[in-house]
Design a protein around this ligand. Sequence first.
Ligand code: COA
Length: 164
Amino acid sequence: MNRIAIYPGTFDPITNGHIDIIERASHLFHRVIVAIAVNPAKQPLFSVEERREMILQSTRQIKNMEVDFFNGLVVNYAEARGAVAIVRGLRAVSDFEYELQMALMNRKLKEQVVTVFLMPHEQNIYLNSSIVKEVFSFGGDISYLVPDVVLKALQEKIPRNLDK
Ligand code: COA
């Protein structure tokens, strides 16, 4: 038995909140595939290759995972990879409606792929990638929210507005 889970997202960039979910999933499944969505609705700051590299470097301690990317429907990708589950983080009540809609739609599309919700540590529940980028760009400290490799990448990519 080899239970594979997909953890899909944009990961622009990966934060400690995502790593928290990957770690939890890695204890539940034999293999976790972190799947970067090539999402036409978003204009990511980092290329897929940059995002992949940051994920790899910040999850070295997790042995039963890999990083990939996909286009199109996540359920098709999950099926193609032989996954039994899609893992999603559920952070706050505000996530619930959107997550319910996605989970039900994905179930309608592919009954056999089950969505599993995991809750991150409470210190990570208010996080998202956009807020990290915004706070960083205005000079705020985000070093405790992202892995070092992401902090370095942001320093190279985003000019900081430190004006009062
Ligand atoms: N910790 C910290 N931040 C988190 C988090 C966690 N545990 N989980 C999510 N976030 C953040 C993300 O970084 C993201 O931030 P951003 O909007 O500022 O970029 C935000 O919360 C929303 O995350 P999420 O809901 O995972 O969106 P996403 O864009 O990262 O991923 C997909 C959405 C890719 C999973 C979804 O659009 C998808 O499956 N697309 C494929 C097409 C498809 O199948 N569509 C039909 C689905 S029914």
